[in-house]
Design a protein around this ligand. Structure first.
Ligand code: SF4
Ligand code: SF4
Length: 380
């Protein structure tokens, strides 16, 4: 039976986080089970964009530092990496590492920050929906990969955790191509499971100390959760996290697909849980993204589902008063549906594929995701 470790840690005080990380490894069978002396370990953290740690958009630097030191004490050599949104360049990486507090982690610990921006085209015949990926080089250059996500809501996929975090191994603006090709969120999530199967992280350790609720993955609000969740099985970590924040498996297609493929147990009762009981972490009023809960659509034929989803699914709404005209949304939009007029964005909804990259990458929280007004009235 698979093991899921769940531990309480309510603060980013270094000493307490370090105890939680050390105890996590103990609960999973000991760090030496995973990390051998001299092994090069990639920490694939979440560095979506330049955000301060307290904004709860990125994996917290104290969490990363505690993990780095644990791996180093077992003899591992740590490389920290991610491909944030926007161009995948050395300068962009430097700016994100600095803003998110990760540059300081490297200075404190001697961990290596990835500046290798080369990529590889790989084929993956076992992929259900995606048989080729373009992947950043540290995935091939390291011996062991740990996905280290932040627990957050997500406008398109409802939730982002251990599996969605791995979308960051796709370099920069190449991500747009995947959104474009798999505009339907079910297909997109199938692709994410394919990608996770390709990357095959050896461990998933989630920063759920303070997560993000509401308009995640960048426009929501920090929310205290107090959980460090870990397993060899990344799908299981996500299953536990969505249980904590009150999402059902059929609302999060990465989890749903992983269960359907036999990669994840259908329920936590089928799992060996170590540490605290999950009931101690459940948050009844966790704010979920506004795209949630039109479940009757799932029971209709696929063709009809797509049509109805087009009518009922939420739209990006640009708040021009808050917008500073940086154009990041227009640059990130896969189908080029956003036009800037007098330094404000306007979207052509006939072209929009509702991927919500615009919301994800807006530095000013100037993009809201809202259902059509008539549906909001019905669902009130
Ligand atoms: S990314 Fe945000 S702030 Fe920048 S132009 Fe778009 S809406 Fe405005
Ligand atoms: S406007 Fe926003 S939601 Fe629509 S396709 Fe562009 S990035 Fe995606």
């Amino acid at each position: 039976m698979e093991i899921l470790s769940l531990l309480r840690c309510d603060t980013y005080e270094y000493d307490k986080v370090k105890v939680a990380i050390d105890d996590t490894f103990k609960q999973l069978g000991g760090i030496e089970k995973y990390i051998k002396p001299g092994m090069k370990v990639l920490l694939k953290i979440n560095l979506l964009m330049k955000k301060r740690p307290e904004e709860a958009t990125t994996t917290h630097p104290v969490f990363v530092e505690a993990l780095v030191r644990a791996i180093q004490s077992a003899g591992g050599i740590v490389v920290i990496g991610d491909s944030p949104g926007g161009p995948y360049t050395v300068n962009a990486l430097r700016g994100v590492y600095r803003a998110c507090g990760i540059e300081q982690v490297a200075k404190n610990t001697g961990a290596l920050l990835n500046y290798d921006i080369s990529v590889k085209e790989v084929s993956f015949e076992k992929g259900r929906i995606t048989k080729r990926f373009t992947v950043i080089n540290p995935v091939f250059d390291t011996d062991f990969i740990i996905t280290v996500p932040k627990l957050k809501t997500h406008g398109m996929t409802m939730f982002t955790g251990a599996v969605k975090n791995l979308f960051g191994v796709i370099p920069g603006i190449n991500k747009a191509e995947y959104h474009f090709r798999m505009a339907d969120k079910k297909d997109f999530c199938e692709m994410l499971v394919d990608l996770c199967e390709y990357v095959k992280p050896g461990l998933a350790i989630m920063d759920g100390i303070i997560g993000m609720e509401g308009s995640g993955p960048s426009g929501g609000s920090p929310r205290q959760i107090g959980a460090v969740i870990a397993s060899e099985n990344p799908y299981l970590v996500d299953l536990a996290a969505i249980n904590i924040i009150g999402l059902k498996t059929n609302e999060v297609y990465t989890v749903y697909n992983s269960i359907a493929r036999g990669l994840c147990p259908a329920q936590l009762e089928d799992v060996t849980m170590v540490g605290q009981a999950i009931s101690e972490f459940v948050i009844a009023d966790y704010k979920l993204p506004s795209g949630r809960g039109i479940s009757f659509v799932d029971r209709l034929p696929a063709k009809m589902q797509r049509k109805i989803n087009g009518w009922v699914s939420p739209n990006p709404i640009f708040i021009h008063e808050t917008c500073v005209g940086c154009k990041d949304c227009a640059k990130a939009c896969p189908p080029r549906a956003i036009e800037m007029k007098q330094q404000k964005p306007y979207v052509d909804m006939d072209k929009c594929i509702k991927c919500f990259c615009c919301q994800e990458l807006c530095p000013k929280k100037a993009v809201e995701i809202k259902r059509p007004w008539w549906l909001r009235k019905i669902l009130q």
